[in-house]
Write a protein that binds this ligand. Structure first.
Ligand code: C2E
Ligand code: MG
Ligand code: MG
Length: 703
């Protein structure tokens, strides 16, 4: 290829002309009239196609004419009145570069002929030594040869246009020795990509635009360009300092006979960023930035494989937040998320380099540490993680605090990652149940885990089937001991384990969400039972007190359950009292107060159970639509003998009176307790002394 360094404008203009169709314009420069006639006649008979022959006698006229209209071919006599010999050719070529010239001369001189051809003449004919056929053929060949060159020019031109106007950056770079990577030509897109003007780009080394590691790659690719093409990702530094990732393709082209590299540069920054964020999405936990379950398993598998070679074991620390569900339920998810992010941050700052932290889900975190050489060392790390978590929560509005229970499993190859995680999880569950905070895995724990899972599925079946029962415990008037109502207390008639108390299964029900259908079933059974008792009680109907879990307070869940139970049983709404846990007082959660108001709007009473020892701020009671308080049973046990308990108890009863709330004393086991609570002003009393919880069939038989 030639002429790529020409200014593009003139090239484009010429190329357009070269593609114009016939007739051919032939220019004959000949001072001898007879010779001129001969040429004209020869061409008339055997010309390669329609043509117009113009004749001039002097070189000056020819060059003049050229200025106006370029011929397709020149037949040039070398001996003219105003010029002679090869000089005639040289001057014509200078004026008409790119137009084929056939030399006609009276000199039959091999030396001149060779020189004329060397200087660019297409052919050389000796006057008198050619016939018309030869002239025509010579003209035709000259034109054909020229057409090939023209086509080459055209394709070169197209290449140039594509190159200059390509939306991607392009550079032609030298490959020879010292010139390796020198930019011979660049396009506008590369100017934009690099932020450099064309004159600065051209003749710099392409690699100089890139960061150091990319520079090496690029130089290597250019060095090998003559052997193979290469594609690589390189980081380009824009003139303003910004870094962009480019995909660079290096390929070989021949330019003016020289091996040259054409480098195409596509900005893939956005694509790489998108790929990176997809990868992050797939492998990292979005909330905390820790590894997710997938990456955790991968990393743990790697660590276990490495343990085959080292001396230590891999420590898997499974950490679960105690009371996180409570935070989520009462403060809302935004606060819960904030807390999780903070725990993650604190955990990470407690790790050594090389340790990995993950959040496989919910409020569970896993830390992997390699090279653990003793269980004491593992315990120390577990305690450190616990301490890190303990500080979390400070700074969140009213400051919910959490503790972490940590289960530890020490494992080494060939234990599988899944198995190691299962063991650490089982240990964590033990740590949580026992309240010890940290537990090291032992074989018995696996059994406990499978029991827990069995309990969950059995409970699900129990709710769907017919294994839930309700025991009823009377609430009596503090004045005359008359039964005014009953509290519904759930029981599970387990086919093998017998009648189970709530302590055996409520945690599981809450942890799995089964508490919601369980609560609905209790409401349904209890409303039906009490409505049925009330049909025989005339003017003294029993009120029904039912325990409600926080999870049932999700928007419209409880309202719907209550409406359905009342409608099915016919129990009047004012006889139903719902006992909420005191934790509901912390409810910053939007929707909870609305849900409670919707229930009280039905005429159903709402109040607080086990009040007075937990989170409850007395002032908060006034903000909720409550109509009763049930004193925690520690007051029954302690108030008669403990001055502080007595003072709190009296304060709560006073508050109840001020707010016109019914106050119930619970857990009354002895006469002294009953008397004290009655005197202090409780309205209703409940406890073993006044009646044990009993199932309705037993109840009926005994009454
Ligand atoms: P709670 O609502 O405070 O119910 C009173 C608990 O104290 C009952 O235990 C009852 O049997 C027991 N109790 C009654 N009198 C005495 C006494 O004189 N001394 C002592 N020490 N205990 C007494 P239970 O039936 O085991 O229920 C435990 C807790 O389970 C309940 O405490 C309540 O919070 C929860 N619960 C029971 N049924 C349901 C239910 O249907 N739904 C929900 N969400 N929770 C329930
Ligand atoms: Mg209760
Ligand atoms: Mg209670």
């Amino acid at each position: 290829m030639t002429g790529l360094a020409d200014p593009p404008q003139s090239q484009r203009a010429r190329s357009a002309r070269e593609h114009e169709p016939a007739p051919l314009r032939l220019l004959l420069v000949e001072d001898d009239d007879a010779d001129a006639r001969l040429v004209a006649e020869s061409l008339r008979d055997v010309a390669p196609g329609p043509h117009a022959l113009e004749r001039v006698a002097r070189l000056a006229d020819a060059l003049e004419g050229v200025a106006q209209q370029r011929p397709d071919l020149v037949l040039l006599d070398l001996s003219l009145p105003d010029s002679g010999g090869l000089d005639t050719l040289a001057r014509t070529r200078a004026a008409l570069s790119g137009t084929p010239i056939v030399v006609l001369t009276g000199l039959d001189d091999g030396q001149t002929a060779r020189e004329a051809l060397r200087q660019g003449a297409q052919d050389y004919l000796v006057k008198g030594a050619y016939d018309p056929g030869l002239l025509a053929k010579t003209v035709q060949h000259a034109l054909e040869r020229h057409a090939v060159t023209a086509a080459l020019h055209a394709s070169e031109q197209r290449f140039r246009e594509v190159f200059d106007n390509a939306p991607i950056g392009m550079a032609l770079c030298g490959l020879a020795g010292d010139e390796l990577g020198r930019v011979l030509r660049a396009n506008a897109a590369l100017c934009r990509l690099s932020g450099l003007p064309m004159h600065e780009l051209v003749s710099t080394r392409l690699a100089a635009l890139f960061d150091a590691p990319s520079r090496e790659l690029l130089v290597a690719a250019l060095g090998a360009a003559e052997v193979h093409d290469a594609t690589l990702i390189a980081v380009l530094r824009h003139a303003d300092g910004a870094l962009r990732s480019l995909e660079a393709t290096v390929a070989l082209v021949e330019l003016a006979g020289e091996a040259t590299a054409i480098v195409q540069l596509v900005d893939v920054t956005a694509r790489l960023e998108a790929e990176e964020s997809l990868r992050a999405l797939a492998l990292y936990d979005q909330l905390t930035g820790l590894l997710n379950r997938t990456l955790l398993q991968e990393q743990l598998a790697l660590a276990l494989r490495r343990s085959a070679r080292g001396t230590g074991q891999v420590g898997v620390f499974y950490l679960d937040l105690d009371g996180f569900k409570h935070v989520n339920d009462t403060y809302g998810h935004a606060v819960g998320d904030q807390l999780l992010a903070q725990v993650a941050q604190r955990l990470q700052s407690a790790l050594r380099a090389g340790d990995a932290a993950a959040r496989p889900g919910g409020d569970e975190f896993v830390v992997i540490c390699e090279g653990i050489t003793s269980s004491e060392m593992a315990q120390r790390i577990a305690r450190r993680l616990q301490a890190a978590v303990r500080g979390s929560g400070a700074g969140t509005q009213s400051g919910p605090r959490v503790r972490g229970s940590v289960g530890v499993c020490l494992a080494r190859h060939p234990v599988e990652a899944d198995e190691a995680l299962r063991r650490a999880d089982a240990a964590m569950y033990t740590a949580k149940r026992s309240g010890s905070g940290v537990a090291l895995y032992s074989a018995g724990m696996a059994r406990a885990t499978s029991e827990r899972l069995a309990l969950e599925s059995a409970l699900r079946a129990a709710i769907d089937g017919d294994e839930l029962r309700v025991a009823y415990q009377p609430l009596r008037s503090a004045d005359d001991c008359a039964v005014r109502g009953v509290e519904a207390l759930v029981r599970w008639a387990h086919p093998e384990l017998g009648m189970l108390r709530p302590a055996a299964f409520l945690d599981t029900a809450e942890a799995t969400g089964l508490i919601v259908p369980l609560g609905a079933r209790v409401l349904e059974l209890a409303c039906a039972q009490v409505a049925s008792w009330n049909r025989d009680r005339g003017d003294a109907p029993l009120a029904l007190w039912v325990n409600v879990a926080n999870q049932q307070l999700a928007p419209s869940v409880l309202t719907d359950q209550v409406r359905a139970a009342l409608a099915a049983s016919g129990l009047p709404p004012w006889l139903l009292r719902l006992e909420l846990t005191e934790q509901v007082l912390l409810a910053a959660r939007a929707g909870m107060v609305e849900e409670l108001s919707a229930i009280t709007a039905l005429g159903v009473g709402v109040g607080l159970d086990d009040f007075g020892t937990g989170y409850g701020a007395l002032g908060a009671v006034a903000r909720l639509p409550v109509s009763f308080l049930k004193l925690d049973r520690v007051f029954a046990a302690q108030a008669p003998t403990d001055a502080t308990a007595a003072a709190i108890c009296r304060a709560v009863i006073g508050l109840g009176a001020d707010l016109d709330l019914t106050v119930v004393g619970e857990g009354v086991e002895e006469e002294g307790q009953r008397a004290w609570l009655a005197r202090a002003g409780c309205d209703l009393l409940q406890g073993h002394l006044l009646g044990e919880p009993a199932l309705p069939d037993v109840d009926l038989r005994e009454r």
